[in-house]
Design a protein around this ligand. Structure first.
Ligand code: ZN
Length: 77
């Protein structure tokens, strides 16, 4: 599990959900013919760095909830 589940505070993520698209390069896979794999992921900033986690399907709703709640509690930048 990712950082989403850690800590005892509210599950708030200063990040955004995105979809990674990549090609593994293996012949015979759809990606080889122009249809890249789509992987849900969460990106967020830690200091000046941006971290990215690939999400398991059952982690997406958790991450989405965290991202959605973030604007409610975070000071505006
Ligand atoms: Zn592939």
């Amino acid at each position: 599990m990712i950082a989403v589940a850690r800590g005892d505070g509210p599950r708030v993520l200063p990040g955004s959900l995105l979809t990674l698209r990549r090609k593994c390069g293996k012949p015979g896979f759809l990606c080889a013919t122009g249809s890249p794999h789509e992987t849900p992921a969460l990106s967020f900033s830690v200091g000046v760095r941006t971290k990215m986690f690939a999400l398991l399907p059952d982690e997406v709703p958790v991450a989405a909830t965290g991202v959605t709640r973030y604007p409610e509690v975070a000071p505006s930048r």
